[in-house]
Design a protein around this ligand. Structure first.
Ligand SMILES: *Cc1c(COP(=O)(O)O)cnc(C)c1O
Length: 482
């Protein structure tokens, strides 16, 4: 047994000092040099968020009878979003803790409706485009449903021509993204909706990213294919308040075409000593803070405010896209609609470019197919476009000019490591997971040449179950008192 539990308390000031010290290793999202994970509006709105959070810090949204204001705020947010996504007055939904929970609820609802309709379905299947967010696979795993993969077309959209062949009597749900996380492209929602309607299959649109962005783009005059309740076959939509809704973390929406569908989402249990119990989503007790902040933000910005945020974000996106395409050797895969996209290269090591960018203080995520670097832009990135493009040009030049023998040896090293990873997955994934976890805690020294090699290996491993193993080992090491 360890003795880490504090024997006695300490002054708050000391504790805050400790936390601040630990926080020093975190990424500086507030400098506009980060392109993922954090969505913040301007400073005035931040003040409002912090004030609102004080009002609901202790309240519990589990109990609408004790805290009716939270049920009211939630219903208003749902109604506002339903209107935005062209739902009629029948549309109903709830606020969840995030996109993952919204998706879990949609999949659970689809399953429960299928159960009700036909208890005879033994192996329920859900059809997921290969680009669908992992949250759908998490949901399928939790609910013991079989995930059937729909391949992508050459623009990284769900390949609609292959969809009819995957639909069978066990199919209980299909999914499209608006847009997808990795490539920022919108699946053919209209065509998928038509098939869903024809076969009477539950159809969920994952608009976690686009729900609070695409409607504002439409107002700006962009042509956006219908992806929302205007498409008749759409049963439910997820839209994240804590992404482009600019809410606080822990807020997403799940919306259903009507209330009778939503009832399948609710949970109730009365046969226990405590008496009737009910909850809307997965959570039991839940904070009122993200709910109240979501309401506050929708009212603070209103339609015109969100349209303006979107205008600025798209201005940034277009400048980034144009600047990147102008650099020789770089290209943007697919036809990304909004401010989410990636860029790749046929002839240079893109992960090496990322390493160079990181050295210059930029923070980009990478994707594996194609090997590319990934952007989720917000209006905060606008003022850094020129600086970024200059650094990118340099980074590309640096990688290009690297001694070709060195590149050759790193490719051979990578091939060798990939080979032994495939040969001894248990051992190697443990070592790699451990070293990846360690590098996170020594972040600033971690952008050595190893990083590009590491990502190169990840991208060239064929058996993805080995990568899953690596990820579990990584998580195992990272959540450990060292
Ligand atoms: C972020 C995201 C999700 C998952 O949302 P979380 O809030 O991270 O749980 C699902 N789908 C898409 C397209 C996303 O971008």
């Amino acid at each position: 047994m360890n003795d880490i539990f504090p024997e006695s308390g300490r002054p708050g000031r000391e504790i805050l000092d400790d936390i601040r010290r630990m926080k020093q290793s975190d990424s500086r999202w507030d400098e506009g040099r980060m392109f993922a994970f954090v969505y913040t509006p301007g400073p005035e709105a931040v003040e409002l968020m912090l004030e609102t959070s004080k009002l609901y810090f202790f309240e519990n949204a589990l109990s609408p009878s004790y805290f009716p204001s939270l049920a009211w705020l939630e219903s208003e947010v749902v109604a506002m979003a339903a209107g935005l996504l062209h739902g009629n007055s029948q549309v109903a939904g709830n606020i969840t803790s995030g996109g993952t929970e919204s998706i879990l609820m949609a999949v659970k609802t689809a399953r429960d409706l299928a159960f009700r309709k036909n208890t005879g379905i033994p192996d329920m299947e859900i059809i997921l485009p290969w680009s669908a967010h992992p949250a759908f696979h998490k949901a399928a795993q939790i609910l013991s449903l079989k995930a059937i993969t729909l391949p992508l077309d050459s623009d990284y959209r769900a390949d609609i021509s292959l969809l009819p062949g995957l639909i069978n009597k066990n199919t209980i749900m299909m999914v499209g993204s608006a847009p997808s996380y990795a490539h920022g492209v919108i699946d053919p929602i209209m065509e998928m909706g038509n098939l869903a309607e024809k076969h009477r299959i539950y159809f969920h649109v994952d608009a976690c990213l686009g729900g609070f962005f695409l409607p504002f783009m439409e107002k700006l005059g962009y042509t956006i294919p219908n992806f929302d309740f205007r498409v008749r076959g759409v049963t439910s939509i997820s839209a994240d308040l804590h992404k482009y809704g600019y809410g606080a973390k822990g807020a997403s929406l799940i919306l259903y075409r009507n209330r009778s569908i939503r009832k399948a989402q609710f949970f109730a249990h009365s046969d226990w000593p405590g008496g009737p119990y009910g909850s809307t989503t997965l959570s039991g007790s839940r904070s009122g803070v993200p709910i109240a902040i979501a309401w506050a933000m929708l009212n603070y910005y209103g339609m015109s405010g969100y349209v303006e945020l979107t205008r600025k974000t798209m201005e940034a996106a277009e400048k980034f896209k144009k600047g990147i395409s102008a650099i020789e050797g770089l290209e943007i895969p697919g036809n990304p609609t909004m401010s989410v996209f990636s860029f790749t290269s046929d002839d240079i090591d893109i992960f090496g470019v990322n390493q160079e960018l990181r050295r210059r203080g930029w923070c980009l995520d990478s994707i594996m197919v194609p090997r590319a670097l990934h952007f989720i832009l917000t209006c905060r990135n606008l003022e850094h476009v020129d600086e970024f493009l200059a650094d990118l040009e340099q980074a590309v030049a640096t990688v290009r000019s690297r001694d070709s023998s060195r590149q050759g040896s790193s490719v051979i090293g990578q091939r060798f490591l990939t080979m032994i990873l495939n040969g001894f997955p248990k051992f190697i994934t443990r070592v790699m997971g451990m070293s990846a976890a360690r590098s996170v805690f020594k972040k600033h020294s971690a952008s050595g040449p190893g990083e590009a090699v590491f990502y190169g290996i990840l991208a060239s491993v064929d058996d993805k179950t080995n990568l899953d193993r690596l990820v579990r080992n990584y998580l195992d090491r990272i959540y450990m008192k060292r």
